[in-house]
Structure formats: structure tokens, C-alpha cells
Design a protein around this ligand. Structure first.
Ligand code: SF4
Ligand code: SF4
Length: 177
């Protein structure tokens, strides 16, 4: 069973929002809801500060604190290592939202449920890339299998790291910053 992962090269991100819009369309979200958000981060040192734009979404943590807090098991790990939300089981209590240190879950008010990035598993199962990866104008996103890395994904994997290892959640979204 593949262990899907994504690498984001923040140095290539121009903050164009194309990935966010592609994700909204793929997941049929309205303009007020998004599974991808952006943060600025300072990387350089005085007197040469540099800034990168960091796209953030569910990090598909291996030790995901959003899972054990869920009273209905809606929030769960799947066989591909992804952190998923079973919409039919979600009662909208938002405990998982509070437990996520990456602020990566979205409460859909109209439906009364929480949802988040699912790495476009339905597209991936058809042999396609997640919508954000396919759409990225600068090719800042790479998608692959951690157990069988190939091509560009394998090359980038050697350089990629979790965004906040201090959170201790062992994400499978990795970054080059
Ligand atoms: S980023 Fe947040 S929602 Fe995603 S797996 Fe980690 S704790 Fe859960
Ligand atoms: S909001 Fe839904 S997925 Fe999150 S903890 Fe509550 S029931 Fe589980």
C-alpha cells in the first residue's frame, strides 16, 4: 500500500492562490472556505532578511492529534497513511480543529461538518495528481509515495523537512524552505 506524501518547495511559491482555487473547485467549496491557506515566513538573517510564502494545508501527520480527540471516529488514519474525515460520521463538534497545531481544518458552517485536505485521494486513485499539484504554476509541489519515491519527488525528498518538527506530529507533508 503506498504511503502518499507531498513536498512543497516554498522558495518556488509566488503566492498566486492557484492551488487554493483548484482545491476549492475540486472539493466544491464556496469562496468563503478553503483547505489551503498561506503564511509568510522570514528565512534570511540580518542584514539580509528574506521572506517565503508558505502554503499550508493538512500535514497528514503520522501522530495526528486530531484523531484521538474525535468522539465519533470520523477523524481517522487510512491505509495510505492519510488523515481523513468521514463526513457522515462528523457531528461538527470541532474538537479536531482545536487539536490541530497547524490550524489545517475547516468548519463548513452550512453543512455543520469539519473537512480538510484529503490529498485528492479520488483523483490519485485514478492515476492523477492532486488538484493543487497539477495546478501549481511554478511546479512548487511534488506528490509521491514515501515507500517508493521516484523522479522529481525522490530528488526533492532528500532536501525536504517537516514545517514544525517541534509539534511532534510527524507530518507527511514536507517542505523545502
Ligand atoms: S495537520 Fe492537523 S488536521 Fe492534519 S493530520 Fe495534522 S493534526 Fe490532523
Ligand atoms: S468535528 Fe467531526 S471530525 Fe472533528 S472531532 Fe468532531 S466529530 Fe470528529
Amino acid at each position: 500500500m503506498p504511503r502518499y506524501a507531498m513536498i512543497i518547495d516554498a522558495k518556488k511559491c509566488i503566492g498566486c492562490y492557484a492551488c487554493q482555487v483548484a482545491c476549492q473547485m475540486q472539493n466544491e467549496l464556496g469562496p468563503d472556505n478553503a483547505f489551503i491557506r498561506f503564511e509568510d515566513r522570514e528565512t534570511g538573517k540580518y542584514p539580509n532578511p528574506k521572506y517565503v510564502i508558505v502554503p499550508l494545508q493538512c500535514q497528514h501527520c503520522q501522530d495526528a492529534p486530531c484523531v484521538p480527540v474525535c468522539p465519533t471516529t470520523a477523524s481517522h488514519k487510512d491505509s495510505n497513511g492519510l488523515t481523513m474525515i468521514d463526513k457522515d460520521k462528523c457531528m461538527g463538534c470541532r474538537r479536531c480543529v482545536a487539536a490541530c497545531p497547524y490550524n489545517a481544518r475547516t468548519y463548513l458552517k452550512d453543512e455543520g461538518v469539519v473537512q480538510a485536505c484529503n490529498l485528492c485521494l479520488s483523483l490519485v486513485k485514478q492515476g492523477e495528481a492532486p488538484a493543487c499539484v497539477a495546478t501549481c504554476l511554478t511546479k512548487a509541489r511534488y506528490f509521491g509515495d514515501l515507500d517508493n519515491p521516484t523522479g522529481e519527488f525522490a530528488k526533492q525528498l532528500a532536501k525536504a523537512k517537516p514545517l514544525r518538527p517541534d509539534f511532534g506530529t510527524r507530518p507527511t507533508l514536507l517542505y523545502i524552505i
